[in-house]
Design a protein around this ligand. Sequence first.
Ligand code: GLN
Length: 286
Amino acid sequence: MTENTPKTYREAVQRGCEALQEAGVPEAFLQAQQLLWYVCGMTPADWLMRREDSIPAGEWEAFSAVIEKRVTRIPLQYLTGEQEFMGLPFRVSPAVLIPRQDTEHLVEEALACCEGKRVLDMCTGSGCIAISIAKLGKPASVTGADISPEALAVAKDNAKRLEAEVIWVQSDMFAGIAGEYDVIVSNPPYIPPEQIAGLEPEVKDYEPRIALYGGEDGLEYYRVLVTESAKRLRPAGNGEKGGILMVEIGYDQGVSVPALFREAGFADVRVKKDSAGLDRVVVGHL
Ligand code: GLN
């Protein structure tokens, strides 16, 4: 793509778009445009004013290099290092799952019940859930746990940049977690093996396998979550309901996961749908 330097920023985006289209990248134009803005430090307003300006050779080279990476299906967010979630800018690296809009449903559900509560986010990854709750809610405390030290480093960096107060714990599920919580929230790995091959190349080839794969039937982490949370959430008593567990689920887990909740002793178990009408969040209390 580096031969025949295009004259303007607009032409550069056009060329980038063609390269991405050829590689089968969805939303090729928007992606090329976003990568150009990233490389050239442009805002959408700059783009409107300057798109017919000539592009300096150095910027074209840098843009071409990043387009060539995107052609190999490296996710856009790993190239720009950023993904917005709950209106907050999160830093991401290949050590963490890229925050998904679907997961905002889980955060909304947590925000509705976290005031004054001790919240634990299990499998925190980039920290997007824990940090959003700490920033946008009024919890008594938020703890974020993950098995991966590399992921926790990303989460800590996000908390620092976003000035969120979160206690970070490196832990294989609940092994390193002490104390009682009022709300446990988690978006654990939940993809079963037979669905991995069908994922987009961006996901299956570049996002951390450890953040995706949910064991033989996709339910491995939910089993641990329900049994351990039943022991660690505040029990019901004195006419008060006990602590709340809420998890994100895959579109086809809207029956299996609520069943696990009930078996572990959770009550009023309900499933919330996402904006596409698919089962997405399961909530229950002790
Ligand atoms: N909790 C993180 C997120 O929602 C990571 C989830 C995961 O790695 N499975 O993005």
